[in-house]
Ligand binder design. Structure first.
Ligand code: SF4
Length: 63
């Protein structure tokens, strides 16, 4: 299993982003986290960095 931050399916969700913050969502339809925002905590805190741990369907980004 790899972390979302290293996963090629972690992509910017323009509609959830604002001028100061980029929202990252899981764009993998196979994942149970599909469409979830990966840099928002359960408390709704908007983080700069992706904090989610990942899922079994993650694939490493091309270098
Ligand atoms: S939830 Fe899984 S598929 Fe989605 S970005 Fe994270 S590791 Fe990748």
């Amino acid at each position: 299993m790899i972390k979302c931050i290293s996963c090629k399916f972690a992509t910017i969700d323009e509609s959830a982003s604002n001028s100061k913050w980029d929202a990252y969502e899981c764009s993998n339809p196979k994942s149970e986290y599909h469409r979830a925002l990966l840099n928002v905590t359960p408390n709704g805190e908007m983080l700069k960095r992706i904090s989610w741990s990942g899922c079994p369907y993650g694939e490493r980004k091309e270098k």
